[in-house]
Design a protein around this ligand. Structure first.
Ligand code: A3P
Length: 311
């Protein structure tokens, strides 16, 4: 670690430049172990994302779509009693613990299809994932809202007030790519290019598109996972039930998401803030808007990737 370039991130965490991305100090061991030890199965599904882009939502949707036959009655649905991150664990820190062998045997005994999450950029995924037939669903979000979501989130969870940064300083770092799992653009472009090259392996989604037409994207995800909805399911309202169960309002209101923590001591209630497109206008000055617009233009130009920034 000592030889890697290091920067102070938000929430007073250190970030290390590791395999061309800024890996939070808290994740580096887990990411390393994940790369070395995880054995993908062809039926696995990976929910990949840049942090604060709608991971929780996509995990809930993917879990519900895949398991819709097992939990057809809405009363006993696991999402009513578990947070999406408990049902769809992050591979990035599953391994960061003792008892590696025990973890590996637990993973190999999980019922299939297994669904996992990751924030790791595409080039750093283990070869076992890249080379197997498992599927990857990626979600990203316009960088204005992602930045604000991140900024507000880390302000809530930070433990060390000695390292306060202003929102302008935070944006400065963000535009330089210095944020956990960043640079944001590299992260998005990695999966974007892969989704073009292998569309049956990587499905590329945007938060704004899901907000605009969730019905279409629930079908799209089911088709991509080769489990399309039947006519009977359509007429029985299965799609609508999934949409309702996974909606921001429903998830935020569930008792299970109002208290307690997930992962590395993240309070579940902080995972649900506003859930809107365009909230960034309440945080950005004209100078900040210009700075991020210019950076995006520079980083994304020619890629064909663009974003809606207001609803
Ligand atoms: P805001 O901070 O803009 O409200 P992630 O899950 O990757 O951490 O992303 C968090 C963002 O997704 C937060 O955005 C959060 O409110 C929003 N979110 C969480 N659950 C959602 C849901 N079911 N539907 C839509 N947005 C959701």
């Amino acid at each position: 670690l000592l030889s890697l370039p290091k920067e102070r991130g938000w929430a007073s965490r250190y970030l290390y430049l590791f395999q061309h991305f800024w890996c939070p100090s808290t994740h580096i061991q887990g990411v390393n172990d994940f790369q070395k030890n995880f054995q993908a199965k062809p039926s696995d599904v990976l929910v990949a994302s840049f942090p604060k882009s709608g991971t929780t939502w996509l995990k809930a949707l993917t879990f519900s779509i895949i398991n819709r036959k097992r939990f057809s009655s809405s009363e006993n649905h696991p999402l009513l009693t578990s947070n999406p991150h408990e049902l769809v664990p992050f591979l990035d820190f599953i391994f960061h613990a003792d008892n590696l062998q025990q973890k590996l045997s637990h993973l190999s005994n999980m019922s299939e299809p297994r669904v996992f999450g990751t924030h790791v950029p595409f080039p750093s995924l283990s070869s076992s994932i890249k080379d197997s037939n498992c599927k990857i669903i990626y979600i990203c979000r316009n960088p204005f809202d992602t930045f604000v979501s991140s900024w507000t989130f880390f302000n809530k969870i930070k433990q060390d007030s000695l390292h306060e940064v202003t929102i302008e300083e935070a944006l400065e770092k963000y535009c330089k790519g210095i944020i956990g799992f960043g640079p944001t653009w590299e992260h998005m472009l990695g999966y974007w290019k892969e989704s073009m090259a292998t569309p049956n392996k990587v499905l590329f989604l945007k938060y704004e598109d899901l907000k605009e037409d969730i019905n279409f994207y629930v079908r799209r995800v089911a088709e991509f996972l080769e489990c399309p909805f039947t006519e009977e399911e359509e007429s029985d309202g299965v799609i609508e039930n999934i949409i309702k169960l996974c909606s921001f309002e429903k998830m935020k209101d569930l008792e299970v998401n109002k208290s307690g923590t997930v992962g590395r001591n993240v309070e579940k209630k902080y995972l649900f803030r506003k859930g809107e497109v365009g909230d960034w206008v309440n945080y950005f000055s004209p100078a900040m808007t210009e700075k991020l617009s210019k950076t995006m233009e520079e980083k994304l130009s020619g890629s064909g990737l663009s974003f809606k920034t207001c609803s």
